[in-house]
Design a protein around this ligand. Structure first.
Ligand SMILES: O=C[C@H](O)COP(=O)(O)O
Length: 322
């Protein structure tokens, strides 16, 4: 993630209260993206490798144990098998994902496992969801305490959830104040704010929530927890991207973007990256400003790279960690 931070600005409702979303235009652009054909050959492999570096490799399950978290961390440090990397003439490259993303209770395990994975592992950021993830329906004091614990245990990025009750009742100052306090508690730890767009009711609210979180100091805005009925969609992304652009014009600060939930295929990942490049520029195809929140995307990316290298898809035993 970029060293620069978003310091945030004072709350000012005038910045977002009159926002107008051109729904037909957003729908058309989203439909165009969804029907886009994939790039081919070496360009496809290059985009797939880039996509891997942008993944927040995630496990957020009630049945997480040190075994599956450690396995995830090993995979984060070695996302593509050596044989495939050698076939791609990439064996000399240190390839790793953007971060691992786990519950606060698993941060310590992740830290130990990444250390065991060697130099490529110990430099991987540990993101932890916090603040009553996924619903955020716990008292503010305990949500802030959760952040402190995750940071103390070794989290280098915190993914907070916003207060949807406040957002849906138009209490944007309430959303701002909470996020601001979370940002303060994060200290030097980067903060991503999860909007849970599938629960915000309208694209105008998505824009407002994006802007309020950035004003409060979010370093990234993230679409979803992965647990809502509807998670990352191109329509929501286009609205959040517009807010990122507007905030940049207003403050000169570039805030990152993280779509999360339901992104499973290499083809989708490449479309997301090409959208970022077209909408916000090449900077937004790098992990410092762009991440995929995904639990299952890496497997398909590795499979497609294997296909590119060998001309055939792997059997299960050929990518045992896939
Ligand atoms: O933040 C990440 C999401 O929880 C991952 O969702 P997913 O399991 O649908 O990839």
């Amino acid at each position: 993630m970029a060293d620069h931070r978003n310091p945030g600005i004072a709350f000012d409702e005038a910045v977002f209260s009159n926002v107008h979303i051109n729904l037909p235009a957003v729908q058309r652009r989203a439909a165009d993206l969804a029907s886009r054909r994939a790039v081919k050959k070496q360009w496809q492999a290059a985009w797939q490798l880039r996509a891997i570096t942008c993944i927040d490799l995630t496990t957020l399950a009630g049945d997480d144990t040190s075994a599956n978290v450690s396995r995830l961390c090993f995979k984060a440090a070695h996302p593509v098998s050596h044989s495939v990397l050698n076939m791609l003439k990439m064996g000399h490259q240190d390839l790793s994902v953007g971060a691992v993303c786990v519950y606060p209770n698993q941060v310590q395990t992740a830290k130990d496992a990444l250390k065991k994975a060697g130099s490529s592992g110990s430099s991987i950021p540990i993101a932890s969801v916090a603040t009553g993830f996924p619903c955020g329906q716990t008292p503010l004091a305990s949500r802030l305490e959760e952040i402190k614990t995750a940071v103390k245990d070794g989290a280098t990025e915190i993914d907070i959830v916003i207060n949807r009750t406040y957002a849906l009742t138009g209490n944007w100052k309430g959303v701002y104040d909470e996020v601001r306090q979370m940002r303060d508690v994060c200290g030097s730890t980067h903060m991503k704010t999860i909007l849970a767009t599938g629960e915000l009711g309208s694209l105008r609210n998505v824009y407002k929530a994006s802007m309020v979180c950035m004003m409060a100091g979010a370093d990234f805005i993230k679409t979803s927890t992965g647990k809502e009925g509807v998670n990352a969609t191109f329509m929501v992304a286009l609205v959040m991207i517009r807010a990122i652009r507007d905030y940049h014009v207003l403050t000169g600060v570039k805030v990152g973007f993280k779509p999360a939930g339901g992104i499973r295929t290499a083809k989708e990942a490449c479309v997301w990256l090409s959208m970022m490049k077209e909408e916000l520029g090449d900077d937004y195809t790098h992990p410092s400003l762009f991440r995929f929140g995904a639990s299952a995307l890496l497997g398909d990316l590795e499979r497609q790279l294997y296909y590119y290298a060998t001309g055939q898809y792997p059997a299960q035993n050929e990518l045992p960690m896939g």
